[in-house]
Design a protein around this ligand. Structure first.
Ligand code: SF4
Length: 224
């Protein structure tokens, strides 16, 4: 397996035209089924969100006031369950969920049709679902890839196989490349900055590309 730095260089060299060709050959149209925004039978919704994406979602011009914890929660993978709930260190943020385990930004109208209430500011992971690129250090949606073309993988989604316009395929390809580059930059920054935080019982520390943070997104150690 290549190092993260080599994978990042590969990601930066990805051809948007080739990615768009792959997406076109697989085919995709969102059916608004909501499956990628909601909990499944076993797990609550879990999707990675970058620190600047959390801030963009916090700062949206809406009637509601959002703070960091309204938008993001510590990625649960790697955390353990102590007497006071989850505790330990983790290395990503996930989109916050509601009481049903669905993404906090997901809403259904009376007919049951779902919509993203943060559509214009939705994270790259949402813009690019159900696709990923086959590079180590990038995130893969849950479940096995069900289709592939070149380095593009497609994951379970009822919208696969539908016609997609060239413009839409290119827009998706640009977002997919940006996501791969960003994920690898994040992973490298976390690798380079990481220092064990040794959280106490009931405490969680999230290490992201900006350093170690509390669950409310504030730095663990305030700058001097
Ligand atoms: S931010 Fe929007 S697109 Fe992304 S999971 Fe939530 S509701 Fe779905």
């Amino acid at each position: 397996m290549q190092s993260l730095d080599a994978e990042l260089e590969t990601a930066r060299q990805l051809s948007v035209a080739d990615l768009a060709d792959a997406i076109e050959s697989i085919g995709f149209e969102c059916t608004r089924c909501g499956a990628c925004c909601t909990a499944d039978a076993e797990d609550e919704h879990t999707a990675t969100v970058f620190p600047d994406e959390v801030r963009a979602l916090e700062d949206r011009d809406t009637d509601d006031d959002y703070d960091w914890r309204d938008v993001a929660r510590p990625m649960p993978y790697g955390l353990s369950t102590g007497a006071d709930g989850l505790e330990g260190e983790t290395f990503e943020w996930a989109l916050q969920t509601d009481g049903c385990g669905d993404c906090t930004f997901y809403e259904e109208d009376e007919s049951g049709t779902g919509a993203c209430t943060a559509h214009d500011d939705r994270p790259l992971i949402c813009q690019t679902y159900p696709f990923s690129v086959a590079l180590a250090g990038t995130s893969q949606p849950m479940g096995e890839a069900v289709d592939e073309a070149g380095v593009v993988r497609a994951h379970e989604c009822e919208g696969l196989g539908r016609d997609i316009s060239r413009d839409d395929a290119e827009a998706l390809a640009r977002a997919l490349k940006e996501r791969a580059v960003r994920e690898l930059e994040e992973a490298i920054a976390v690798r380079d900055e990481y220092a064990p935080a040794d959280p106490g019982p009931g405490e969680i520390v999230v290490h992201d590309s900006e350093g170690a943070k509390r669950v409310d997104g504030t730095p663990l150690e305030e700058p001097e």
